[in-house]
Design a protein around this ligand. Structure first.
Ligand code: NAP
Ligand code: ZN
Length: 338
């Protein structure tokens, strides 16, 4: 039996406050992690506000988790106590559906989110099925690697699935937590990368992150100048956009992958897709093996999220700064302060 200390919201939109819960027996195929660091993803904020109708309260956010294995159930063979590991959006999947058997565990119809019907990583401990608890490769810093486990894999997936090569042009819309990692990853793959941001406030950073070009959409005609240009556009924006305007930026057979998750329905004109045989797609996180590949790739290429470390008590103020796009580019909670 384990008492877990955490920060929780007691109702939709309420501030997070200290909250303790009893976790019960550790199931035989589960791992208990001593949380060291946990990133703040925009999805935590959407779940806090119940934007997607999935939230349960008390709600403990946090799904970009780094820690050390505290205990393992009797059936666990993949990780051992003391090992440094990470855990992202999912904590469990069935392991026998078509999607799981194909390695697309993130698309398992019964996959369980770390913060959906479970308590997440803004806590001193968190638990998950062993299959989703991945060892952190040597060379990645535990203090900055948490955001790779949700934001990182979410943007790595469309880059890999669309076969992005050095000859390809990739546009990234929205330079927040996901967007800044998309720029780093696409640049490391050798692609020509264009940042599409609202203003010029991130222009200097964009070059440092690896972008070749910068578009500030608030400037009149800025997007029109890039029509028919991109092989892949990754839309990370958390609010609805005028999709047709952005789809027109795709060249022949180009694809726009929407990873941003606004609660509102989106609309587009099919005629925009007819032109250049364009595609509009969605993507959610990534499979287990793909996540490990992404971690290894980041370790090999020195790809590190840009993070700002905060104490647990600063989390409510940090939410406001995420909403105001005033974070460069991901907050990470130091779990020793919880
Ligand atoms: P974030 O750090 O808040 O970044 C979002 C960026 O979008 C902002 O930095 C801003 O970039 C831009 N933006 C925000 N509001 C906008 C608006 N009204 N109009 C135009 N641009 C706007 O969020 P995040 O953590 O990267 O997450 C991004 C989205 O992905 C969220 O919806 C999140 O829930 C979702 N998500 C999805 C998955 C998945 O599996 N599909 C996984 C993780 C997160 P600029 O200032 O550069 O314009
Ligand atoms: Zn996330």
């Amino acid at each position: 039996m384990t008492m877990i200390r955490s920060y929780a919201a007691l109702q939709a939109g309420a501030p997070l406050q200290p909250f303790e819960y009893e976790a019960g027996e550790l199931p035989r195929d589960h791992v208990e992690i001593d949380v060291k660091y946990c990133g703040l993803c925009h999805s935590d904020l959407s779940m806090l506000d119940n934007d997607w109708g999935l939230s349960q309260y008390p709600f403990v956010a946090g799904h970009e988790i780094i820690g050390t294995v505290a205990a393992v159930g009797a059936g666990v063979q993949t990780v051992r106590p003391g090992q440094t590991v990470g855990l992202g959006w999912y904590s469990q999947s069935c392991m026998h559906c078509d999607q799981c058997m194909s390695g697309d565990h993130n698309l398992c119809p019964t996959a369980e989110g770390t913060i959906v019907g479970r308590h997440g990583g803004f806590a001193d401990k968190v638990r998950a099925h062993a299959s989703w608890v991945l060892p952190l490769p040597d060379g990645l810093d535990p203090a900055t690697s948490g955001p790779l486990f949700c934001g990182g894999i979410t943007v790595f997936n469309p880059i890999i699935r669309n076969g992005i090569a050095a000859t390809d042009r990739v546009g990234v819309i929205g330079i927040g937590g996901l967007g800044h990692m998309a720029v780093k990853l696409a640049h490391a793959m050798g692609a020509e990368v264009t940042v599409i941001s609202r203003s010029n406030s991130k222009k200097d950073d964009a070059a440092r992150l690896g972008a070749d070009h910068y578009v500030a959409t608030e400037e009149a005609g800025a997007l029109r100048a890039h029509r028919n240009e991109f092989d892949l556009i990754i839309n990370t924006v958390s609010a609805p956009l005028d999709l047709d305007t952005y789809l027109r930026l795709l060249r022949l057979d180009g694809t726009m992958v929407n990873v941003g998750a606004p609660p509102e329905p989106l609309s587009l004109r099919v005629f925009t897709l007819f032109g250049n045989r364009r595609s509009f797609a969605g993507s959610s996180i990534g499979g287990i093996r793909e996540t490990q590949e992404m971690l290894d790739f980041c370790a090999e290429h020195g790809i590190v999220p840009d993070t700002e470390l905060i104490d647990g008590a600063q989390v409510n103020e940090a939410w406001d700064r995420v909403l105001a796009s005033d974070v460069r580019y991901r907050f990470v909670i130091d779990a020793s302060t919880i």
